[in-house]
Write a protein that binds this ligand. Structure first.
Ligand code: 3HC
Ligand code: NAI
Length: 703
C-alpha cells in the first residue's frame, strides 16, 4: 500500500511494455507542466534513452488530457530548472523514436512536447493548439520554430493568433499529427511505436519552409493584423518576429530568440493582466451557494419573450443542445420570435458556416407557444419580456400557476428589483435574475443575480446553466443595475460631465479606444439604442437628488428622435445604414448650446485626463459595489467588465488596472476632482481604507 501511495504522488512514471518505454504524466487536473513534471519527464526520457532494452518511447497523459501547457501558477515566480525548452530538446535528441500519444487538450507547452517528439498519434476527440496569446505570451518552448517547419507560416500563424485549439482531424490533414488512434490510445500508441525504426526531428523538417514567398506573404498579412485588429498587444508582433527567424536563422538561434521574446512578454503588464483575467474567470464560478448545494437537473428550458434577448437566449440554449419552449403573447409575436431565432442560423447558412440540415437539427429542439400551460414540463424559465414591472409581474403570476414545483424562475431584467417581481408568486425561493448581454448568443458574460430569498440550489442551477451555455457567470447582488450597469451608470455620468465641460464625445471615444476598448462609450450607446437610457432617466425623474449634477445633452438628442444606429443618427451619423458612425457637427452645436445655457466655458481635456477620470469613476463605484456585497470580490468586477463591456483583457479588468495604476494615486485624483464636484466625487470608504492599510484589490481577492 505504501508503494502504491508513493506511486500515485509521482507526477511522471516510467514503465515498459515489451521493449517500449511508456512515460506517463500524472498531474491532475490538466497535467500542467510544473517543475516536478518537467524534472520527472527529463529523468524518464534520459533513463529510457539509456536503456539498451528499450527500442521506442511513448509519452502520454494520465486522466483527462495530455498536458494542457506550462503551469500558469508558476508564472511570476522565478523559473526553476529544468526549463521546458531544454526538456523538449532532450526528447527530440533521443536516439530512439519517441511517440506522443494525445488525448484531451494538448495545448501550449503540452503541444510543444508533442512537436518535439518524433511522431504523434491522437484519439479523434483530441484537440491541439498554442493558446499562449490569450495569456499575453508566445509559445516559449520551440513552438514558434517547430510548428511552421511542419505546416508553413499561414497555418502556424492562424493557430498562434487565434489561440483556439484545432481538431485531431484538422491536425492530421495538416501533417501535425501522423495517425488517429482507433480504440484504446495506449494500445494504439504501443503498436505504432513498435513499427517505428528511426527518430524524425521537427527541427529538421523543411516542407513548411519550402515556399519562401508564401511564408513571407503570410508574415506580412499577420503583421498587418497584429497592428490593426490586435492593436496595442505585444505578443502578436513577437510571434511574427519569431516566425521570421525561422527563415532567417538556424533553428538553434531561432529557439533562443523565441526564448528571449517569451520572457519579455512574461515580464509585461499585458501578460500579467491576461493571466489575472484567466484566473479571475475561473474564480468567478466559485460561489458559496454552489459549494453548499447541487444544481437541479436542467433538461428543458422555457423562454418567455422572443424579442432581442429572448431570441438570443433561445439560440444560446439550442446551440448547447437544450430543448427550448418559447412563449410569446400572440401568434404574430410568436412568428416574429421564431423568425428572430431562425435569422441567426440563416445568416450562418448565407456565410457558408452552417448547412440547412444542421439548422433543421437545431430547430427540432425548438417549440413555440402562446400558452403558458406548455411550460409545465420545463426545468427552468427565463423571462425576457418588456422592461416593465407590471408586465413582468403578470408573467410571473402565470408561471406560478403552471410550472412544476421545483422549476427555477429567472428574469433577464436589466434594472428591476427581482424581489418586486417574485413577490407576486408563492415560490420566491425559486426565483433569481439571469442577466444576459446582447447579443445573448454571442456575449459571454452572465450576471447571476441572487435575491436574499433564493435557495442555494436555485443559485447553483443558475451557475450550472452558465456552464451548459458556455457563459462566464458572475454572482451579483440584487441591487439596481446589478454590478455592470450600475457601474456603467456612474462612469457614463462622468463622461457626460467631461462632455459638458469641454471634451467632445468623439475625443472621449478616441481616448477609450486608445486605451484598448473595441469601441467608445458613445458609439456603444448608439449601438444599444439611446432610448433605453432615456426611458431610465425619465423613470428616475423626481427620485434624483436635485443637488446632483445632471447633464441634459443625451435628452436633447433623444428628443429629436435620434436613438443611435437604428435611427441613422445618435451621437454619430450613420448614413445609408453605415455601421461605423461619423462625427456630427450638429451634435457639437447642441452640446455647445447646453454649455451656454449653464454658462460653462469649454476647456480642453487630454486623452490621459479623460481616461484617469473615466476609470476613477468606474473603480470608485466598483468599491461601493464591493462594500455593499453586490459583488463578492474585485476579480468578479474585472470579469464583468472584460466579458460584458469590452474592457481590454490585456489590462486584466478595472480593478487589476487600478492596482497597477496605484490606489493611493487614484484616491488623490478623486479628491482633487472632488474639489469641483464634491457630490459626484465622494471617495468610497473602501478605497480610503485600502489606501490607509496599504492593501490592493488583489489582496482582497486572495482574502
Ligand atoms: N496551469 C495551471 N493550472 C491550469 C492550467 C495551466 N496551464 N490550465 C488549467 N488549469 C487549472 C484551472 O485553473 C482550473 O483550476 P481550478 O479548478 O482550481 O479552478 C483547472 O485547471 C481546470 O481548468 P478549467 O476550469 O479551465 O477546465 P476546462 O476543462 O474548462 O478547460 C483547459 C481545460 C482547456 C485546459 C483550460 O483550462 C485552458 O485553456 N487552460 C489553459 C491552457 C493554456 O493556456 N496553456 C498554455 C499555457 S502557457 C505555455 O504553455 C507556455 C509554453 O509555451 C512555454
Ligand atoms: P424586446 O422588446 O426586443 O422583446 C420583448 C418581447 O417580449 C417582445 O417580443 C414581446 O412581444 C414579448 N412580450 C411582451 N409581453 C409579453 C408577455 N406577456 N408574454 C410573452 N411575451 C411577451 O425587448 P428586449 O430588448 O429583448 O428586452 C427584454 C428584457 O431583457 C428586458 O427586461 C430588458 O431590460 C432585458 N435586457 C435587454 C438587453 C438589451 O440589450 N436589449 C440586455 C439585457 C437585458
Amino acid at each position: 500500500a505504501i508503494a502504491k501511495d508513493a506511486l500515485m504522488t509521482q507526477p511522471v512514471t516510467l514503465s515498459t511494455a515489451g521493449s517500449i518505454a511508456v512515460i506517463e504524466i500524472n498531474n491532475p487536473p490538466v497535467n500542467a507542466l510544473s517543475q516536478a513534471v518537467r524534472q520527472g519527464l527529463l529523468d524518464a526520457v534520459v533513463q529510457a534513452d539509456a536503456d539498451a532494452a528499450v527500442t521506442a518511447i511513448v509519452i502520454l497523459g494520465a486522466g483527462r488530457s495530455f498536458p494542457a501547457g506550462a503551469d500558469i501558477k508558476e508564472f511570476g515566480q522565478p523559473m526553476q530548472d529544468p526549463h521546458l525548452p531544454d526538456v523538449i530538446d532532450r526528447i527530440e535528441s533521443c536516439s530512439k523514436p519517441v511517440v506522443a500519444a494525445l488525448h484531451g487538450t494538448a495545448l501550449g507547452g503540452g503541444f510543444e512536447i508533442a512537436l518535439g517528439s518524433h511522431y504523434r498519434i491522437a484519439v479523434p476527440s483530441a484537440r491541439v493548439g498554442l493558446p499562449e496569446i490569450h495569456l499575453g505570451l508566445i509559445p516559449g518552448a520551440g513552438g514558434t520554430q517547430r510548428l511552421p517547419r511542419l505546416c508553413g507560416a499561414a497555418m502556424a500563424l492562424d493557430i498562434m493568433f487565434k489561440g483556439t485549439p484545432i481538431s485531431a482531424q484538422d491536425a492530421l490533414a495538416a501533417g501535425l499529427i501522423d495517425r488517429l488512434a482507433e480504440g484504446d490510445l495506449r494500445q494504439a500508441a504501443l503498436i505504432y511505436a513498435a513499427e517505428l525504426q528511426t527518430p524524425r526531428r521537427s527541427r529538421e523538417a523543411t516542407s513548411g519552409l519550402a515556399d519562401k514567398a508564401a511564408f513571407e506573404a503570410a508574415l506580412t498579412d499577420a503583421e498587418e493584423t497584429a497592428r490593426s485588429r490586435m492593436r496595442g498587444q505585444m505578443a502578436p508582433l513577437k510571434i511574427v518576429q519569431c516566425l521570421r527567424a525561422c527563415i532567417t536563422q538556424p533553428f538553434a538561434d531561432g529557439r533562443l530568440f523565441e526564448r528571449d521574446c517569451f520572457f519579455e512578454c512574461l515580464a509585461s503588464e499585458q501578460s500579467k493582466g491576461m493571466i489575472h483575467a484567466f484566473f479571475a474567470q475561473r474564480a468567478s464560478a466559485k460561489v458559496p451557494e454552489a459549494s453548499r448545494a447541487e444544481p437541479r437537473p436542467l433538461n428543458r428550458l422555457g423562454v418567455v419573450g422572443g424579442g432581442t434577448m429572448g431570441a438570443g437566449i433561445t439560440v444560446a440554449a439550442l446551440n448547447s443542445g437544450l430543448p427550448v419552449t418559447m412563449i410569446e403573447r400572440d401568434h404574430d409575436s410568436l412568428a416574429r420570435g421564431r423568425a428572430n431565432v431562425e435569422q441567426v442560423y440563416d445568416r450562418l447558412i448565407a456565410k457558408g458556416r452552417m448547412s440547412e440540415a444542421q439548422k433543421s437539427d437545431i430547430m427540432a429542439r425548438y417549440q413555440g407557444s402562446t400558452q403558458f400551460a406548455d411550460l409545465s414540463e420545463v426545468d427552468m424559465v427565463i423571462e425576457a419580456v418588456f422592461e416593465r414591472l407590471d408586465v413582468k409581474r403578470a408573467v410571473f403570476e402565470q408561471l406560478d400557476k403552471v410550472l412544476k414545483p421545483d422549476a427555477v424562475l429567472a428574469s433577464n431584467t436589466s434594472y428591476i428589483d427581482i424581489d418586486e417581481i417574485s413577490s407576486v408568486t408563492n415560490r420566491r425561493k425559486h426565483v433569481l435574475g439571469l442577466h444576459f448581454f446582447s447579443p445573448a448568443n454571442i456575449m459571454k458574460l452572465l450576471e447571476i443575480v441572487v435575491p436574499q430569498s433564493a435557495a442555494d440550489d436555485v443559485v447553483a442551477t443558475g451557475f450550472a446553466l452558465a456552464k451548459i451555455l458556455g457563459k462566464i457567470p458572475v454572482r451579483a447582488g440584487n441591487s439596481p443595475g446589478f454590478i455592470g450597469n450600475r457601474i456603467l451608470g456612474k462612469y457614463g455620468d462622468c463622461a457626460a460631465h467631461m462632455m459638458e465641460d469641454g471634451a467632445t464625445p468623439y475625443e472621449i471615444d478616441a481616448a477609450i479606444v486608445e486605451f484598448g476598448y473595441p469601441m467608445g462609450l458613445h458609439a456603444m450607446y448608439d449601438l444599444a439604442g439611446l432610448d433605453i437610457g432615456w426611458d431610465n432617466r425619465k423613470a428616475a425623474q423626481g427620485k434624483r437628488n436635485p443637488a446632483e449634477r445632471y447633464v441634459e445633452i443625451a435628452d436633447r438628442i433623444c428628443e429629436r428622435g435620434w436613438f443611435g444606429q437604428k435611427t441613422g443618427r445618435g451621437f454619430y451619423l450613420y448614413p445609408d445604414g453605415a455601421r461605423i458612425g461619423a462625427p456630427d457637427p450638429e451634435i457639437l452645436a447642441l452640446i455647445e448650446a447646453e454649455r451656454a445655457k449653464k454658462s460653462i466655458t469649454a476647456r480642453r481635456f487630454t486623452a490621459e485626463e479623460i481616461m484617469a477620470r473615466y476609470l476613477a469613476a468606474m473603480v470608485n463605484e466598483a468599491c461601493e459595489v464591493l462594500r455593499e456585497g453586490v459583488a463578492l470580490k474585485p476579480s468578479d468586477i474585472d470579469v464583468t467588465f472584460v466579458h460584458g463591456y469590452g474592457f481590454p483583457r490585456y489590462r486584466g479588468g478595472p480593478m487589476n488596472y487600478a492596482d497597477s495604476y496605484g490606489l493611493a494615486r487614484m484616491l488623490d485624483d478623486i479628491r482633487r476632482y472632488g474639489q469641483h464636484d464634491p457630490i459626484f466625487w465622494q471617495a468610497s470608504p473602501l478605497l480610503v481604507e485600502l489606501v490607509a492599510s496599504g492593501q490592493t484589490f488583489n489582496d482582497l481577492n486572495k482574502g
